[in-house]
Every structure is written in structure tokens, then in C-alpha cells.
Design a protein around this ligand. Structure first.
Ligand code: IDP
Ligand code: MG
Length: 153
């Protein structure tokens, strides 16, 4: 099955709470491949572009304040069906509805402060990856592990 890439971002609460290692580790252990990573503080212009679909929503001022409040860790992860897989690993947007075993279900209480962002579709993943990473920052490499994760025959 062809690999796809998804944009994952550890939000300010994840960095502040010291959960970067835990979150990265979950994606590594599941078998996704890390192909890009950077730390940055999101400014208002980038927040408005990243969350363009939400700028007219009532919660947007709170979302803007939250996402620009402290550094984030932006990443690109690769695997077959990486986009839906990562969304399952995150759990529902509203952490009170997220089952145990998901990141939000295990670590969050709130709909707003929900730890991690994950692209929700293929066009969104492409748009978000381009927004945060120049193409030369995306790594292409093989891991021997890959052949132990999916049967390629
Ligand atoms: P998602 O992150 O699960 O894809 P979206 O609906 O795309 O969820 O919303 C983007 C982000 O906006 C959420 O992750 C959360 O931080 C925030 N958000 C969404 N809905 C609410 C709300 O009703 N109140 C406060 N913040 C919200
Ligand atoms: Mg979303």
C-alpha cells in the first residue's frame, strides 16, 4: 500500500506539559516514519492560514490565543493511511469524548486544549505540510524496519 504523509503538531500545552517525548514515541512505536520536524512559535498570520476553516467560528479568538501562546513542535509522519491512522491515535477533538488509549483520551480534559493537531484529509495534509515546511526539509529515507511493518508481497 502506498505511503502517505500527514502533518502533526504538538500544540503549546503538549510542549509546556513535557509531553513531546511521549507523543513522538507513540507515533514511532506505531511504526510511522518521521520525515520532518521543527519547533516554532506560531504568529497570528500563520495561525489564520493554518486554521483558515475556523476563522469565523466563535471559538477562533480562544484558539488564536492558545496556538500562539507558546512554541509548538511541527512534524510530518509517513505511513500507509497515515492521515486516518493519526486521527485515530489523537481521538475526538473534544477530549471528554476521546477513548482511553488515544492521546487526547489519555492526557486531556478539554475541547480547546487538546494537545495535538492532525490533518483531517489528504488535501489538508498537503496544504498544512507546505505551510510549515519547505520541500527540502522533508526527508526521504528507508528504514530496515519498514519491511517488518507491512507485508509488501
Ligand atoms: P481537530 O483539531 O480535532 O481537527 P477542529 O474542529 O479542526 O478539531 O478544531 C481545531 C481546533 O480548534 C481544535 O483542535 C481545538 O483546539 C479548537 N476547538 C475546536 N472546537 C472548539 C470549541 O468548541 N471550543 C474551543 N476550542 C475548539
Ligand atoms: Mg481540524
Amino acid at each position: 500500500m502506498a505511503s502517505e504523509r500527514t502533518f502533526i503538531m504538538i500544540k503549546p500545552d503538549g510542549v509546556q506539559r513535557g509531553l513531546v517525548g511521549e507523543i513522538v514515541s507513540r507515533f514511532e512505536r506505531r511504526g510511522l516514519k518521521l520525515v520532518a520536524m521543527r519547533m516554532l512559535t506560531i504568529d497570528e498570520a500563520l495561525a489564520r492560514r493554518h486554521y483558515a476553516a475556523h476563522v469565523d467560528k466563535g471559538f477562533f479568538p480562544a484558539l488564536l490565543a492558545y496556538i500562539t501562546s507558546s512554541p509548538v513542535v511541527a512534524m510530518v509522519w509517513e505511513a500507509p493511511s497515515a492521515i486516518s491512522l493519526a486521527r485515530q491515535m489523537l481521538g475526538s477533538t473534544d477530549a471528554t469524548q476521546a477513548p482511553g488509549g488515544t492521546l487526547r483520551g489519555d492526557f486531556c480534559l478539554d475541547i480547546g486544549f487538546n494537545l495535538v493537531h492532525g490533518s483531517d484529509s489528504s488535501p489538508a495534509a498537503q496544504r498544512e505540510i507546505e505551510l510549515f515546511f519547505d520541500p527540502d526539509l522533508l526527508m526521504n529515507y528507508d528504514k530496515d524496519l519498514d519491511r517488518w511493518l507491512c507485508d509488501s508481497d
